[in-house]
Ligand binder design. Sequence first.
Ligand SMILES: Cc1cc2nc3c(=O)[nH]c(=O)nc-3n(C[C@H](O)[C@H](O)[C@H](O)COP(=O)(O)OP(=O)(O)OC[C@H]3O[C@@H](n4cnc5c(N)ncnc54)[C@H](O)[C@@H]3O)c2cc1C
Length: 473
Amino acid sequence: MTTTGAQFDVVVIGGGPGGYATALYAAAAGLSVAIVERDKVGGTCLHRGCVPAKEFLETASVYRSVRGSAEFGITVGEPTLEFSVSQSRKNAVVDRLFRGLAGLLKGRKVTVLAGNGTLLPGRRVRVTEGVDAGTEIVGRAVVLAAGSVPRTLPGLPVDGRSVVTSDEFLDLDRLPESVAVIGAGAIGCEFASLLSDLGARVTLVEALDAILTGCDADVAAVVHRSFRKRGIEFRLGAQVKGFVPRPTGPGGVLHLAEGPEIETDMVVVSVGRRPRTEGLVAEGTAVVIDERGFVVADRYQRTHEPSVWAVGDVVGGTPQLAHVGFAEAIVAVKCMLGEPVVPVDYDRVPWAIYCHPEVAFAGLTEDQAKARGLEVVVKKDPFGGNSRAQILGDTEGLVKVVAEKAPDGGAGRIVGVHMVGPWVTEQLGAGYLAVNWEATAAEVAQFIQPHPSLSETFGETVLALTGRGLHLG
Ligand SMILES: Cc1cc2nc3c(=O)[nH]c(=O)nc-3n(C[C@H](O)[C@H](O)[C@H](O)COP(=O)(O)OP(=O)(O)OC[C@H]3O[C@@H](n4cnc5c(N)ncnc54)[C@H](O)[C@@H]3O)c2cc1C
């Protein structure tokens, strides 16, 4: 039991990736640490985000493999899906990881307090509404890591049945026959992909004129083509007007500003996430919350209040990714310890989208590089020519490398690596290193890729950038 007034080197509010990484890294450095968590350590990522979503995408992948097994001479009947079993498996995976994390925190002697944390002046943190409600502790440093929650749309009230966000979607134990997914960003495309692979009729509704607008256009085009081939319908440039539920049963009619309405069993709203800053900071501190509700922090994760840091999704203007939260946590702790620290370079963080085909990239897209006035040299190599991809029977996709033009007109420093295709989320490492090491195409081209492997496509693309590819011109 933690007593009121107890002092810690670091008090963290929020136990998601940003918060628990702060706690683990600070504890590894010998600091005393407390986390205040209103729900379960692991946060969105473990309980309502990355892990459960990827688990269901794996279910979709197994389903696809079974359906395609005849190509390998393995004949099975038409597979059937019992989604409640997938749901139980997902829960078991999440639970194992949760228990592992809780054990890790305990092993590092991190105190976990259950309840809502509010920062008060003087780096005091008051706990309300949980088992530890009423406790007040003090940190020599405080880290705000309260994360984010799904955004919703006006005229589209979430009822958990016909209209859901990612939170409810990941807890379903029966899949609807038809779904309209609103938002064609990373999460929307992951959901559309898995739903379609598992047999649902999917319409992807997006206000912009394209899907995956944060990705390189060539990569997004491959995903768009693949989705279309698999029967996903698109309503791009479409504004949602409202939803009229069916008088009985789930589902209803989704109205758009233009074009025909969509009759659907379920609407999944995936239009981004907003910071969870309600009640996070009391009056009397200098912490600044911007007009959109995000905590304002500098490149070293410092807020305007001395010795109060902020990391993860709660910080505005940075990619909402678990591994960005991890990296920011390390920056904050090193900063507290007065150690030399390199802030996160948000232009060069790795991105991974686990739809089918997968997407992974780091650095500038071709368009971004040009918009910044860089003269670029670009090479693209499709996976179709890759022997491992042929063996897998999964040849959709390509690797694209964007390099700055060198003074001799050839390829110089690599500024962006973009991949779409089989297992690219596991292949990005080399591209990520190339971009962040500011390596030139000639330097990276010296490295050998194993044969036969999917990574040869990256190697070949870089070799071709030097002007002499083996297979690629
Ligand atoms: C469907 C989906 C899929 C995703 N897939 C990926 C992916 O593949 N890769 C990736 O990198 N990212 C992914 N993300 C994003 C990722 O989940 C987030 O970027 C990450 O969880 C942010 O970590 P965080 O610690 O900042 O916040 P969160 O994970 O949101 O954690 C914040 C924690 O703080 C707690 N909390 C909030 N306020 C208080 C308070 N006042 N007092 C006490 N506790 C509080 C919350 O209960 C929560 O546990 C996905 C997200 C979703 C929704």
